[in-house]
Design a protein around this ligand. Structure first.
Ligand SMILES: O=C(O)CCC(=O)C(=O)O
Ligand SMILES: [Fe+2]
Length: 222
């Protein structure tokens, strides 16, 4: 990995502002550690564990609207879309909102709203190579991934591999999904995959979107 930026908690204007967002603009992705407090990461992890235990997660699909399908050969994971209904979700959304305004302030992307889901990969779970922005619809612009598993070791698998560009032969970067680590990337530019995980693996993935509504057609989330 080229660079992991160590943030101080909630330090958006200095570290995240100047280093991480610049790296995101320059490289198309950035890895930031310690932006979220341990307490928040643990709160989100235990909320996801409770959802798993109560059967609240749904098998993850790929694609959107007409192209949407469950494709076990591409992705094996279960998800739950945020409803903002818990204190941990609210705190997460507050951090995401600060990031959104910091990114807009520096990169003028006009990020407009945010959608996100909890993801639980079972043992053997994975997500094949993909781009997060779907079929050229310029709606998902920046992706945010946050990892929730404490003490993750590289030999547990579940590595996030990303390609520095969407061109043939592009260099790859491998990111260990450590608790509290976040990855931001340009949704239309950075292909990525989750390698098979040898343990249950937990994350949150979210996307800042621009308002792609046109005419009478409302651009709904998901
Ligand atoms: O779990 C991860 O590391 C990445 C998830 C992802 O790429 C996605 O949900 O689009
Ligand atoms: Fe993705």
């Amino acid at each position: 990995m080229s660079e992991v930026i160590e943030a101080e908690t909630d330090d958006f204007d200095t570290l995240v502002g100047d280093a991480a967002i610049e790296a995101l603009a320059r490289d198309g992705y950035v890895v930031v550690d310690a932006l979220f407090t341990n307490g928040l990461v643990m709160g989100l992890a235990s909320e996801l564990a409770a959802m798993e235990a109560s059967g609240a997660l749904a098998v993850a699909a790929v694609g959107r609207e007409a192209g949407r399908r469950q494709a076990a050969e591409i992705r094996r994971a279960a998800i739950h879309w945020f409803d903002g209904g818990s204190a941990a979700e609210q705190r997460f959304l507050d951090v995401a909102e600060k990031l959104r305004s910091a990114i807009n302030r520096r990169l003028f992307l006009g990020l407009f709203d945010f959608e996100c889901n909890f993801i639980a990969y079972p043992t053997g779970g994975f997500y094949g190579r993909h781009l997060d922005s779907l079929s050229g619809a310029r709606n998902r612009v920046v992706s945010l991934i946050v990892y929730l598993d404490a003490d993750w070791q590289a030999d547990y698998g579940g590595i996030l591999r990303l390609w520095k560009t969407n061109e043939e032969g592009a260099e790859t970067v491998e990111i260990v999904p450590q608790a509290g680590r976040i990855v931001m990337m340009m949704s239309e530019e950075i292909p990525h995959e989750v390698l098979p995980s040898h343990r249950p693996r937990h994350a949150i993935a979210g996307w800042w979107r621009v308002n792609a509504s046109s005419g009478q057609r409302l651009d709904t989330s998901r």
